[in-house]
Ligand binder design. Structure first.
Ligand code: LIP
Length: 300
């Protein structure tokens, strides 16, 4: 979708209802994975010995898919845990074709899986509804998103043109807005690293070039939450190379509805190649800095 269009977009009233559905389903799945963590942590690996999936990833996705398919049978579903290799923009075998609505639910049943395994308190459930084909960079956009911070019990959520909000544990919705940062050198920037050891080494070398130009770096371990941290001003920016549509879809719309920008590197759209999230005052400087190191990661 090179030019985002409103053709086929649900009405404002429908988007409000879809946002509520995303919030409710993400919150229920987040409660589920927290409550069942101790009993169900059997672990297997995917693309590498450190790319893990727990039985709770699968059970969370089953719960989410059941709720969404019951409520929205004509929508397609694109979840992380059917993916054969789990780390590409390719549609996983379990992806259902748009059955008529032209809309697809893009779901990460546990984002921050390694954190979940270790009990490190940064993991989330991300539920997003997107227009277009989420397997083709530049040909899709999120229109509704909910990122449930499973440990904090909060849900960061947004719908197109509906603003960005955090639902607190007592059910109140608080508005969310990016920081007013204008100087990259004093900005706090998040990032992350992949599961492939060689790529991780290249990402570290790229970070070594970039870190002298920012205040400091934070590596939280959940892209969905990192994007929401930028949306709320807890980070001024975030970039990562190698995240997937399910990692980014929910946090992407929370970020943009909070006044932030979400792009790829070198003028590209956000994709598994690169995602750059920023408060508007540092967007150009952060993009320039990431553009200058992205090839260090792309090419072995
Ligand atoms: C995670 C991302 C994170 C990245 C991790 C991992 P997962 O997704 O959210 O940003 O740095 O390596 O890919 O695998 O926990 O769903």
């Amino acid at each position: 979708m090179t030019a985002a269009t409103d053709r086929g977009l649900p009405s404002a009233e429908e988007l409000r209802a879809l946002e509520k559905l995303a919030i409710d389903v993400a919150a229920e799945a987040a409660r589920f994975v927290v409550e069942r963590r101790a009993a169900e942590l059997q672990v297997t690996t995917k693309s590498s010995d450190v790319d893990i999936v727990t039985v709770m990833d699968s059970r969370s996705q089953e719960l989410i898919a059941a709720r969404l398919r019951a409520a929205r049978p004509r929508d397609a579903f694109f979840g992380e845990e059917e993916a054969a290799d789990g780390r590409t923009d390719q549609a996983p075998p379990g992806t259902t074709e748009p059955a008529g609505s032209g809309l697809t639910w893009v779901v990460d049943p546990i984002d921050g899986t390694v954190n979940y395994l270790y009990g490190f308190p940064q993991y989330a459930v991300s539920v997003a509804l997107v227009q277009g084909d989420p397997t083709v960079p530049g040909e899709w956009r999120p229109v509704v998103g909910a990122v449930a911070d499973a440990v904090a019990g909060r849900v960061h959520h947004a719908r197109l043109r509906g603003g960005a909000w955090t639902r607190t544990v007592d059910g109140a919705d608080e508005p969310v807005h990016v920081s007013d940062a204008t100087d990259l050198a004093t900005s706090l920037v998040g990032t992350g690293f992949g599961y492939d050891a060689a790529k991780r080494g290249r990402q570290a070398r790229a970070l070594a070039e970039l870190i002298p130009h920012v205040r400091d770096i934070r590596r939280g371990g959940s892209a969905a939450l990192d994007l929401c941290h930028v949306a709320a001003g807890r980070l001024d920016g975030y970039y990562e190379m190698g995240i997937n549509p399910w990692d980014m879809a929910g946090g992407w719309i929370v970020l943009t509805e909070a006044g932030g920008t979400c792009t790829g590197a070198q003028g590209e759209p956000p994709s598994s190649d690169c995602v750059i999230a920023a408060a508007p005052g540092i967007a150009e400087a952060l993009t320039r800095a990431v553009d200058s190191v992205v090839d260090l990661v792309r090419h072995p």
